[in-house]
Design a protein around this ligand. Structure first.
Ligand code: AMP
Length: 439
């Protein structure tokens, strides 16, 4: 019987993985430019971490989290997001003790039992940043700038994107806003879906996240968080808006945006693509000024975002003219006869140690067939036949120009790069979304 992959969890095959590697490399480089350092928390945490951090009443925890007991009955969870993990690690390792701003980033898989569709999977990958230790609205602006900058570097035009922005206030503002929502939605309870009727009791803010068509009418006229901000939260938000104007970063105020996670305070935002259809959010984030304290650390404000790798790959692949057939090897070694075969492995080992991407004709094809494979996969073919070996030589064929030359094996191996032409630019994947630095 054939065993298949789990629904909502997919393989990233080599062709696509090239794009992933480049994106990850570019994301790391850009995060480093803003002073973020990588943290790699485990994929498995105590389930309680997310129940407390993300919130019991959220869809993520209530419906989508993979929870299971270990052999001692301890309830564990596959992480559905990484902010709670990063904050847990920040507290556990006393990173706050350094007294400075902690700027951390991560890239890795997350797990949510959602209904799979285009741009939505059960195992997906997020890249994200967390800046812990400052209330300054300039930091919110910097995080939003980083989000925009990332999209620019990836090569997505600003016109195809928009930033949704809102402030949902602090914990002092929350009770009044929650009460306003509760009384408003109670009056329209009959219009709400079953889930929202439950949310009405547990946390009416979560009704604003609901995607059910039947709830949209009531949601559209609901009280707005901006009308419930205290003086400080209002000033924070106004300062953020003026920073964004200074930076020339566009935003659309969206009073419905609350984001489906309980830990957010004040600023919340989503950067969306106009090309993605229903699952259009490329990344989302905001402030979480109470989360560190909630998870047992000293009161420490924080701000960050998380973006979906799959969605970035989706929009990018709509723009790239992929060329999966472009060669990715410098050299394809084609041995002829037993002697050639014996020497080939040694030549290959020396080439690779010299940093030359090389592979060997292992399948035993005829010379003609081997040369056509070489032409597809490599920039050069390196022929090792009895005639060449008798003279301590090899034949190097430039597969782009078709020219061949006979070279001394010893001289060639002493400095193979000197004899090889570079792979054509725009190799595999149709060009680098993050151009590599030259020089
Ligand atoms: P969230 O952690 O829910 O704020 O999501 C942040 C970003 O992660 C979203 O904007 C998406 O780009 C991505 N994302 C969230 N859930 C999924 C999923 N199930 N599949 C693919 N990407 C996702």
């Amino acid at each position: 019987m054939r065993v298949e992959s789990v629904r909502g969890m997919r393989d990233i095959l080599p062709e696509e993985a090239v794009l992933w590697q480049r994106l990850e490399e570019g994301i790391r480089a850009l995060f480093a430019l803003y002073g973020y350092k990588e943290i790699r928390p485990p994929l498995v945490e105590l389930a309680e971490l997310f129940a407390r951090g993300v919130g019991e009443a959220t869809d993520i925890v209530h419906k989508e989290m993979y929870v299971f007991p270990d052999k001692k009955g301890q309830m564990l969870a596959l992480r559905p997001e990484a902010t709670a993990s990063v904050v847990r690690a920040y507290i556990e390792h006393g990173l706050y003790a350094k007294g400075d701003l902690a700027k951390l980033y991560y890239i890795g898989p997350m797990f949510r039992y959602e209904k799979p569709q285009k741009g939505r999977q059960r195992q997906f990958h997020q890249y994200g940043v967390e800046a812990l230790g400052s209330l300054d609205p300039a930091l919110d602006a910097e995080v939003i700038d980083l989000a925009w900058h990332l999209m620019e570097r990836v090569g997505l035009a600003r016109e195809g994107l928009y930033l949704r922005l809102n402030s949902i206030g602090c914990r002092e503002d929350r009770p009044a806003f929650r009460e306003a929502l509760r009384s408003y939605f109670s009056a329209r309870k009959a219009e709400l879906c079953g889930d929202c009727q439950r949310r009405l009791e547990e946390n009416p803010l979560r009704i604003l996240d609901c995607k059910e068509p039947q709830c949209q009418g009531a949601i559209a006229e609901a009280p707005k968080s901006l009308d419930y901000l205290c003086q400080k939260c209002r000033a924070h938000f106004e300062e953020l808006l003026s920073f964004l104007q200074d930076l020339g970063l566009a935003y659309e105020l969206d009073p419905r945006l609350v984001r489906g996670i309980d830990y957010y305070t004040r600023t919340v935002f989503e950067l969306c693509s106009r090309e993605l259809g229903a699952q259009d959010a490329l990344l989302g984030g905001g402030r979480y000024d109470d989360l560190v304290e909630l998870l047992g650390g000293p009161p420490t404000p924080g701000v960050g975002f998380a973006g979906g790798m799959e969605r970035l790959v989706l929009v990018l692949s709509q723009h790239l003219t992929a060329n999966p057939d472009a060669p990715d090897l410098d050299v394809y070694v084609v041995p002829i006869g037993d002697e050639g075969r014996r020497k080939a492995l040694e030549v290959l080992a020396r080439l690779r140690r010299a940093g030359v991407a090389a592979d060997l004709e292992y399948v035993g094809r005829s010379l003609r067939k081997a040369m056509s494979v070489a032409a597809r996969r490599a920039r050069h073919a390196l022929l090792l036949g009895p005639d060449e070996l008798a003279q301590g030589a090899l034949t190097l064929k430039d597969l782009a120009s078709g020219e061949s030359q006979t070279l001394s094996l010893a001289e060639f191996l002493a400095d193979p790069r000197a004899f090889l032409s570079p792979l054509p630019s725009g190799e595999k994947g149709g060009g680098d979304p993050f151009p590599r630095k030259t020089g």
